[in-house]
Design a protein around this ligand. Structure first.
Ligand SMILES: Nc1ncnc2c1ncn2[C@@H]1O[C@H](COP(=O)(O)OP(=O)(O)OP(=O)(O)O)[C@@H](O)[C@H]1O
Ligand SMILES: [Zn+2]
Length: 444
């Protein structure tokens, strides 16, 4: 057939077949090297009857084959975070026959996790996430070895754990742990598959793979803590981390198989709203990077919470900006506002949260609106109509956990200085209220 008469379709098919052949040859070469005792770290495991039946749909892909499946069986992947990203990643890695999976998480299953962390079932609320996930994974494939690390990964334990695995998946939700994992992976020579998801957006890349950059090459300095939003504060649509977590599993498998198309030096941006994937090129490896550069300054793990000025967990941070007399307990608020109808309550959460659940007769003024002159004017009008000539009229401020409410008290004290009011915040926020006063009030 002459070139002109070949259809575009045929040409594309031929190229695809050649690519497949190339991948399969690369795979063969890799396994050959492995068998000859080359220095690659991956081991090859014999397949059982169960393996062949279970993985037949993967094995018949020419670029995977028996040898690829054997590589997967001999490989180990560490998943840090058994949450929105970690659950789907672990599920697909277990399903596809990675021989050894490590799970790290310090937290317990919460009801608010269930919409996206689908390895956890509602019976497991309050159970350690690691044992809940391990139990579900063993049900999926009891031949896979699951190692449970129910702990907070930190500088004292990270190297020891990371060094036991071939590939590491970052499925966590905070910057301090991202730097910790990056440095631990660079020091231990492990590739790091990094993902994130928030609201309707997701991101994915692979750090420290072959000659590709590490996280510090791209982000040498941590972002200011107040600019970072997590799922607990910003929200997330369950299927979005599902997409990214599954892609993290895919990248880990590609690394194990020795494929060339690993997402290193590129960042994949996923928009759940537009249903689009975009790849942008990242900066190359930085020769003067503090950890992976030619003359690294960081050769052992440091204090990452201090480096980032933020905690490595999303546990309540216990901010303390106010004097004790500027704070009230749930019991005091209940006695004064609910029973005696004293004062006003300003709820400074965003309107979506306020619409979800709120105290009766509370007024919703989101924290950021307190900057506006018109908002302060509105509060003054409410006070005029309510307080008459009362001295020290109580203005109670509350939020979800008692952090933003303290910031709001400081702002209101400035702007309502002449109003003869006593501005206080509800210590511990609506979480404390639900625990102390009203167990039917949702804790989210
Ligand atoms: N340093 C760490 N060591 C161990 N686990 C960690 C560490 N940092 C974060 N994690 C875990 O990573 C997981 C991230 O999951 P995800 O982003 O879905 O958030 P979440 O904490 O489960 O939920 P939410 O933010 O909605 O409360 C969490 O289970 C968290 O406990
Ligand atoms: Zn680097």
């Amino acid at each position: 057939m002459s070139l002109e008469s070949k259809s575009i379709f045929q040409m594309e098919k031929e190229i695809a077949d050649l690519r497949e052949l190339l991948r399969s040859k690369e795979q063969e070469l890799r396994v050959l090297k492995e068998c000859e005792g080359s220095k690659t770290h991956l081991s090859v495991e014999k397949l059982s009857k169960d393996d062949i039946e279970r993985f037949s749909r993967q094995i018949i892909i020419p670029s995977i084959g028996v040898k690829g499946q054997q590589l997967m069986k001999g490989a180990s992947v560490l998943i840090v975070g058994a949450g929105g990203l970690g659950c789907p990643a672990a599920q697909y890695l277990t399903g596809s026959g990675i021989g050894h999976i490590g799970l790290v998480d310090y937290d317990e299953v919460d009801r608010s996790n269930l919409h996206r962390q689908l390895l956890h079932s509602q019976e497991n609320i309050g159970v350690s996430k690691v044992s809940s996930a391990a139990e579900a994974l063993r049900r999926l494939n009891s031949n896979v070895r699951i190692s449970e690390h129910s702990l907070q990964l930190d500088s004292s334990n990270a190297l020891n754990i990371v060094q036991q695995y071939d590939v590491v998946i970052d499925a966590t939700d905070n910057v301090a742990t991202r730097y910790l994992l990056n440095d631990a992976c660079v020091i231990s020579g492990k590739p790091l598959v990094s993902g994130s998801a928030l609201r309707l957006e997701g991101q994915l890349t692979v750090y420290n793979h072959h000659q590709g950059p590490c996280y510090r090459c791209i982000f040498p300095k941590p972002p200011p803590p107040e600019t970072v939003t997590n799922c607990g504060d910003g929200g997330v649509l369950g299927a979005v981390p599902g997409v990214i977590g599954v892609l993290q599993a895919l990248e880990a498998i590609k690394i194990v198989l020795g494929w060339t198309g690993v997402l290193s030096g590129q960042l994949l941006l996923f928009s759940g709203e537009q249903s689009t994937f975009r790849n942008i090129r990242l900066r190359a490896k930085n020769p003067s990077c503090d950890v992976c550069g030619d003359h690294p300054l960081i050769t052992k793990l440091i204090d990452y919470e201090q480096f980032c000025g933020a905690k490595a967990t999303d546990k309540e941070s216990g901010l303390s900006l106010l004097k004790q007399e500027q704070r009230v307990s749930p019991e005091t608020l209940h006695r004064s506002f609910i029973c005696k109808n004293e004062g006003i309550v300003i709820d400074v959460r965003d309107s979506e949260e306020f619409n979800m659940c709120a105290l009766p007769n509370s007024i919703n003024i989101p924290l950021k609106k307190l900057e506006e002159v018109t908002t302060i004017q509105k509060i003054k009008e409410i006070l005029d109509s309510r307080k008459k000539n009362e001295e020290n009229f109580p203005v109670y401020v509350l939020c979800r956990r008692g952090n933003d409410s303290q910031r709001a008290v400081l702002k209101l004290e400035q702007s309502l200085g002449n109003e003869n009011v006593a501005v206080c915040d509800l210590e511990g926020g609506l979480h404390a209220w639900a625990r102390a006063i009203d167990s039917s009030f949702p804790i989210y």
